[in-house]
Design a protein around this ligand. Structure first.
Ligand SMILES: NC(=O)c1ccc[n+]([C@@H]2O[C@H](COP(=O)([O-])OP(=O)(O)OC[C@H]3O[C@@H](n4cnc5c(N)ncnc54)[C@H](OP(=O)(O)O)[C@@H]3O)[C@@H](O)[C@H]2O)c1
Length: 256
């Protein structure tokens, strides 16, 4: 499976939504891809719908806590020896929703762990596998990491943190031939949204969200993946610590 002419890339959370669209586009660009998720059934469903995903190395892993993250990167190191590219995309459903004052410390902590500490530890391990040759990393942030998001304060704080980490590391690593950037999506139609509206009137909720977006529709995962692929590529060789907002105009209004 390890063809030395291929760029080796890790994409976290490639079984669904934005991560799946990124993996499919990276296959078109001839990357050797390693991805992960907690649920093997979700991955098997994706492979059944897109048989070319058989070329992708899926390693069942919960990146949030309990030491599985280190094991995943040890496996990548043993099998491939290096990484040329990485996309830190995986994130659980927003955990701490509602008024900050009403949310328990445990939930706030878990939200921070999964939305900031988890990608932080991935970046640390990815850098070990990119040095000294260099590489390109794209972190999936959110417009909640660029503008305040009442009702999701901890998620917003975690994504602002990811933005700050990316920009700072982009400068720290600029002379090591490693570029780091973020993509900040707005409302993108993925399984995450399907879960979010489970207990509401689906069509009505989707229509009211779409109506509030300046472009009057949700984004699709491929529209985010296009930006990620460009930032990863040599075409973006002079782009350092940038936030590429892909949100149909939401952030221009200054609120979510
Ligand atoms: N969709 C949006 O509107 C939107 C907007 C702004 C930002 N974003 C950001 O875009 C990224 C992707 O979102 P999405 O909407 O595509 O989400 P999604 O549809 O829920 O997919 C998330 C992916 O991550 C994996 N994952 C979740 N938790 C994991 C864990 N602990 N360990 C390993 N893998 C895990 C999931 O697989 P398993 O469930 O099998 O683990 C799945 O493959 C996230 O960083 C999110 O914050 C999304």
């Amino acid at each position: 499976m390890n063809d030395n002419n291929k760029k080796i890339a890790f994409v976290s959370g490639g079984s669904k939504g934005i991560g799946l669209a990124i993996v499919l586009k990276m296959l078109d660009e001839n990357y050797q891809i390693i991805t992960c998720g907690r649920n093997i059934d979700a991955w098997n469903r994706a492979v059944a719908e897109n048989p070319r995903l058989n070329e992708v190395d899926f390693i069942k892993t919960d990146l949030c806590g309990n030491g599985q993250l280190n094991k995943l990167f040890a496996k990548i190191k043993k099998k491939y020896g290096r990484l040329d590219a990485a996309v830190n995309n995986a994130a659980v459903q927003i955990l701490a929703k509602g008024q900050f004052t009403d949310i328990s410390e445990d939930i706030l902590r878990k939200n921070l762990d999964c939305d900031l500490w988890m990608p932080t530890m991935c970046i640390k391990k990815e850098l070990e596998l990119m040095l000294p040759a260099g590489g390109s990393i794209v972190n999936i942030s959110s417009i909640s990491g660029v503008i305040p998001t009442p009702g999701a304060a901890m998620y917003s704080a975690a994504k602002y943190g990811l933005e700050g980490l990316t920009k700072t590391l982009a400068l720290e690593l600029i002379d090591k031939n490693i570029r780091l950037n973020t993509v900040a999506p707005g409302a993108i139609m993925t399984p995450r949204w399907e879960k979010r509206v489970q207990e509401q009137d689906r069509e009505e909720t989707f229509a009211s969200v779409a109506a509030a977006i300046p472009i009057k529709r949700f984004g699709i995962p491929e529209e985010v993946a296009n930006g990620v692929l460009w930032l990863l590529s040599d075409e973006a060789s002079y782009v350092i610590g940038h936030t590429l907002i892909i949100d149909g105009g939401i952030s221009l209004r200054g609120n979510v």
